[in-house]
Ligand binder design. Structure first.
Ligand code: SAH
Length: 263
């Protein structure tokens, strides 16, 4: 009979390797096999150099490993190796298809645990010094996927209710025009602040300011980069004075404004 292992789902955080949690790093260092996603930092390999690293990444519309294949791989490796790590970008519990992988392992009788990670929305908030919640007008946050385009028969954006004072859209990079329509259809005023942040947590992070009406213009600046779009209360600058450490953001924001102006 095969020995059955244990699977640790570990959130790698949104970018640079040092954004993984201490617990995640410790479990990763003990891994025999690591199944990892496209958006995780290759530098994390140094934490488990002796482990077998298998890429099972998925990125938007690009070629991807089918979810059923990932589930099967996880079960197979957990049946052969003692310690399997499923390393996921950000937090495994946020747009990570975690429920399907947990179910596949439960069906096979394999024990699991989940180690949380920093999700992209939090990393973007930190990088831009813009808290997701604000006293007064920012009491609720919703995490949304921009991928589920809801359209009417005429092809227009179907009304989707606003969920919260701050809405953060994941997987929005190639959906910005549709997102702008969706924001208008769900009643966000045209001048609602919108902040787009790509590669939050990395050294080459970019952030740009827009409005609900102009967010589609962020497409050029952030093309080909993982991005989150924060809309509403949490998108507005939180500090009036710009600290010296915000210069890269300011430069990127200027670039975003230039694009907004059509330069
Ligand atoms: N589990 C991940 C999300 C996976 S879905 C998390 O918790 O962050 C993939 C989407 O996450 C991307 O399309 C993008 O919208 C967002 N994302 C991931 N890494 C990002 C980063 N470093 N900066 C901005 N957005 C990121």
């Amino acid at each position: 009979m095969n020995k059955t292992g244990h699977v640790a789902f570990i959130g790698a955080g949104p970018g640079a390797a040092d954004l993984i949690t201490v617990r995640g790093a410790r479990l990763l260092a003990q891994a025999d096999v690591v199944l990892f996603d496209a958006l995780t930092d290759p530098a994390l390999r140094q934490l488990a150099p002796a482990a077998r690293w298998l890429h099972v990444g998925k990125r938007g519309f690009e070629n991807s490993t089918a979810q059923a294949t990932i589930n099967a791989l996880l079960v197979r490796h957990a049946q052969r190796a003692a310690r399997v790590v499923r390393l996921k970008g950000g937090d495994p519990s946020v747009f990570g298809r975690l429920e399907e992988e947990l179910q596949a392992l439960a069906d096979a009788g394999i024990a699991c645990e989940v180690v949380p990670g920093i999700t992209a929305a939090s990393a973007a908030a930190a990088a831009t010094l813009r808290p997701l919640t604000r006293r007064g007008g920012g009491r609720s946050v919703s995490l949304n996927t921009a991928m589920t385009a809801v359209t009417t028969q005429a092809g227009d954006a179907a009304p989707v209710a606003r969920h919260a004072d701050t809405e953060v859209f994941y997987m929005a990079g190639k959906q910005l025009l549709a997102l702008a329509r969706r924001l208008a259809a769900s009643g966000w005023p045209a001048d609602t602040p919108v902040c787009v942040v790509s590669r939050a947590g990395w050294g080459d992070m970019l952030a740009s300011d827009h409005t609900a009406a102009t967010v589609a213009q962020a497409a050029v600046l952030h093309a080909g980069r993982p991005a989150v779009v924060t809309v509403g209360a949490g998108a507005a600058p939180a500090v009036l004075q710009r600290p010296a450490s915000c210069e890269p953001l300011q430069a990127a924001t200027e670039a975003g404004r230039a694009i907004d102006r059509g330069f």
